[in-house]
Design a protein around this ligand. Structure first.
Ligand SMILES: NC(=O)c1ccc[n+]([C@@H]2O[C@H](COP(=O)([O-])OP(=O)(O)OC[C@H]3O[C@@H](n4cnc5c(N)ncnc54)[C@H](O)[C@@H]3O)[C@@H](O)[C@H]2O)c1
Ligand SMILES: [Zn+2]
Length: 385
């Protein structure tokens, strides 16, 4: 079988005019990992860091590609699961690098979902004050979102992603074939983040997702590859345009103010994409209620999420005051008040009078609209066949 040519998307490293890295999207690209890694991140020794589940499924192919290209590579494995995006796992991996004789001339290759990417990126950014880093995302969420943009980090008991750095990869290598082994709930959680990407930036892509929802939810790799290319290009353009994360990059947080609050209330029981899906449903309703978001947007989002098999978590059991309190705590941990990213319509985020992509809404006003949103998001789901 011959695969179509690789699509290469360029990302400009924020704060630089000339440092760029490529995001390669191509079925079968894992076979080219060694060759492309040597070119993008030359090093004497490579640490391939993967979580236990992904290591079992895909590390052998990654290692053999690295070996074929003449790389001295060693596999380091950490246990799969969000709770291992921790200081403890960072400590173990850093110690292992030292014990195995890695030094300043090493590079890290992350293989896995967003957890492996964030954790390995943080290891790479702190080891010897920073060694080069290549990412091979294996979950849909990591392919469309987490692997691009250079954010690395860890969770602490108090807050997710509370400790971290910006450490930009030298290369992001996306092989949609890896999704063949991804459990369906994770595939669908990734589709929620792809729907977000289209909703904030590209109405045509949103319509394409609506038209191809069955193939996407069913895991058709060719359709998924097209989706990944489109979403990765949007994420790359947004992060390239906003070095200081003060402007355009905020649009990526649509669905995330309420989504993060739901995650905080549920502990680690929810998948991130599922929480973001619920957050989008709520934030679209709040936007419609205050007259910022075009009427009908929330229903269209509901239907697209449903068509992609993303479960609706909003069953009427979540309380608006507790959700708002969790959103405020999340923001306080990050030094601010909750801000809301609202759509103007599908494909476009609203700006406020000052041109900002996020809006502070007084708590009592949000509370009232959030209560209504929680009710209708649950009712609308019940009333559909
Ligand atoms: N850095 C960023 O900009 C950014 C953006 C969004 C999310 N994130 C982070 O990403 C994380 C969530 O990512 P995730 O959903 O990929 O979680 P994850 O890395 O835990 O992966 C989900 C599960 O799927 C398994 N898996 C991954 N790829 C697989 C494959 N191909 N086959 C079989 N199993 C596979 C993993 O072992 C894991 O059990 C969160 O920690 C979140 O904070 C980071
Ligand atoms: Zn997200």
């Amino acid at each position: 079988m011959t695969n179509p040519p690789a699509q290469a998307i360029e990302v400009t490293v924020p704060g630089t005019d000339d440092r760029r890295y490529q995001v390669i999207v191509a079925r079968g690209a894992l076979a080219e990992l060694g060759e492309r890694t040597v070119a993008a991140a030359p090093a004497h020794k490579y640490a391939l860091i993967a979580d236990s589940r992904v290591a079992e499924l895909h590390a052998e192919q990654a290692l053999s590609s690295l070996a074929e290209a003449g790389c001295d590579a060693q596999l380091l494995v950490f246990p799969a699961g969000e709770w291992n995006k921790s200081r403890a796992a960072w400590g173990v991996l850093s110690d292992e690098l030292l014990e195995c004789g890695f030094g300043r001339d090493a590079a890290v290759v992350a293989l896995g979902g967003g957890v492996a990417g964030d954790l390995s990126g943080f290891v790479a950014s702190t080891f010897m004050r920073g060694v080069p880093f290549v990412v091979v995302p294996s979950s849909l969420l990591a392919m469309v979102d987490a692997s691009i943009g250079g954010k690395t980090g860890l969770d602490t008991d108090r807050a997710k992603n509370a400790v971290g750095t910006f450490h930009h990869p030298r290369l992001v290598l996306i092989d949609p074939e890896l999704l063949a082994t991804l459990p369906k709930p994770h595939l669908r959680a990734g589709l929620a983040e792809a729907i977000k990407t289209a909703a904030i930036r590209d109405a045509d892509l949103f319509a394409w997702i609506e038209a191809n929802a069955a193939d996407l939810a069913g895991g058709d790799l060719e359709t998924l590859a097209e989706l990944i290319s489109a979403c990765a290009a949007i994420k790359a353009a947004v992060v390239s345009a906003d070095p200081a994360e003060e402007g355009l990059r905020q649009i990526l947080n649509f669905g995330h103010t309420a989504g993060h609050a739901l995650e905080a209330l549920a502990g680690l029981a929810l998948l991130h994409g599922e929480a973001v899906a619920a957050g989008m449903r709520l934030e679209a309703r709040i936007g419609e209620a205050i007259g910022v978001t075009e009427a009908g947007t929330s229903i269209r989002l509901d239907e697209a999420l449903e068509a992609c098999g993303v479960p609706n978590l909003l069953d009427g059991s979540v309380r608006a005051d507790r959700l708002l309190e969790a959103a405020a705590t999340d923001k306080k941990n990050r030094g601010g008040l909750p801000h809301w990213v609202l759509l103007r319509r599908i494909g476009e985020v609203a700006t406020d009078d000052a041109g900002s992509y996020s809006t502070a809404i007084e708590d009592d006003r949000v509370l009232e609209h959030l209560e209504a949103a929680l009710r209708t998001a649950a009712d609308d789901a019940d009333s559909r066949p």
